[in-house]
Design a protein. Structure first.
Length: 339
């Protein structure tokens, strides 16, 4: 009888300890759940962030925290096409084409009596126009008797940070490859006047070069810059692997695990941003002719801005002349906002 009582007491202790542990675990999970809501918002929003981090390419130029651009020999910079199962996909409709533009397909088309080819040039505002408002443009152009019953082929050639002479170079490059246009719409002006004073000129980079040229080209001439870029790729890969791991069962259902992932992601994001800032400062100090171009000296800000406006005007006039020579209707508008 005494031995049975002892065995029962021993079993009760095990059950009691298990219940206590379970209770503590439930309290921890409940506290983590409220902490998630308080610090990071709804779990569904955090799950979207986790899925995005798990799907990112750590070796894609720019990665999750910067614009993914690569150097182009004629245009300066384009977006990096990403092979996704044979499809270069950016969403359900558009993709980053083999030419580095966000569009439905390649930018080279030939004229035909049934079709009107409309190219759209400029910076970020022109890019948004080309992605979101071509139906409106088609409706308005379709009101002209000349275009009645014709289809419109829009060619999206705008990009974030683009400024003259990039628009001129894009058109010249594509015409050289055999592309045709019936209409060209250029929406620009703010980038040309403002961006050189923000990025290139303070970094000692030729004002006519593409935006952030010194930083883009730094990795081609400096092993130290390449090492820093490799560390960013390492951090992004670790962040992606952690997101994949925490997306698996059972961690994706545990608030404590998700809270740990969220804080870890925040630390990694901070480390990536810090390293990118270090790379930017390094690119300003360690310059070669390839990254800086011809030296420029301005006596005042007014002189610099006058120079930038001239850099906008001359390519714009040349682009108009080129279009006139090729029988292309050219429409030039000043953008209220550009980036």
């Amino acid at each position: 009888m005494g031995q049975g009582t002892k065995r029962l007491c021993w079993r009760k202790k095990i059950v009691f300890n298990a219940v206590m542990l379970l209770g503590v675990w439930v309290l921890i999970e409940a506290a983590s759940f409220f902490a998630l809501w308080l610090c990071f918002g709804s779990p569904s929003h955090l799950a979207e962030q986790r899925r995005a981090a798990a799907a990112q390419d750590p070796f894609k130029p720019g990665g999750q925290l910067a614009v993914p651009t690569v150097i182009h020999p004629y245009i300066g910079a384009v977006q990096q096409p990403v092979d996704d199962g044979g499809r270069l996909s950016i969403d359900d409709k558009y993709r980053i084409t083999e030419f580095g533009f966000v569009d439905e397909g390649p930018p080279i088309h030939q004229r035909s009596p049934e079709r009107v080819i409309v190219g759209i040039l400029g910076g970020s505002v022109a890019r948004q126009l080309s992605l979101n408002a071509t139906d409106v443009l088609a409706d308005e152009l379709g009101k002209s008797r000349e275009f009645t019953g014709k289809n419109f082929q829009f060619v999206r050639l705008a990009g974030n940070g683009y400024k003259q002479p990039q628009q001129l170079m894009i058109v010249t490059y594509l015409l050289t490859l055999g592309a045709d246009f019936d209409i060209l719409i250029n929406l620009d002006g703010v980038n040309e006047a403002a961006l050189p004073a923000i990025d290139n000129v303070p970094s000692g980079v030729f004002s006519a070069y593409p935006r952030d040229w010194g930083q883009m080209i730094a990795g081609t001439a400096s092993p130290e810059f390449t090492r820093m870029a490799g560390y960013v790729s390492y951090l992004r890969r670790r962040q992606r692997d952690e997101a994949v791991w925490f997306s698996a069962f059972p961690w994706n259902y545990l608030p404590t695990a998700q809270l740990a992932w969220a804080f870890g992601k925040g630390r990694t994001d901070h480390a990536i941003v810090s390293q990118l800032e270090t790379m930017q400062q390094f690119s300003k100090k360690e310059q070669t002719y390839c990254s800086s171009g011809p030296p420029e000296h301005f006596k005042s800000d007014d002189e610099m801005y006058d120079h930038c406006v001239d850099l906008w005007a001359r390519p714009s006039i040349l682009l108009q002349d080129l279009c006139a020579a090729k029988g292309i209707r050219y429409f030039h508008f000043c953008s209220p906002i550009n980036m």
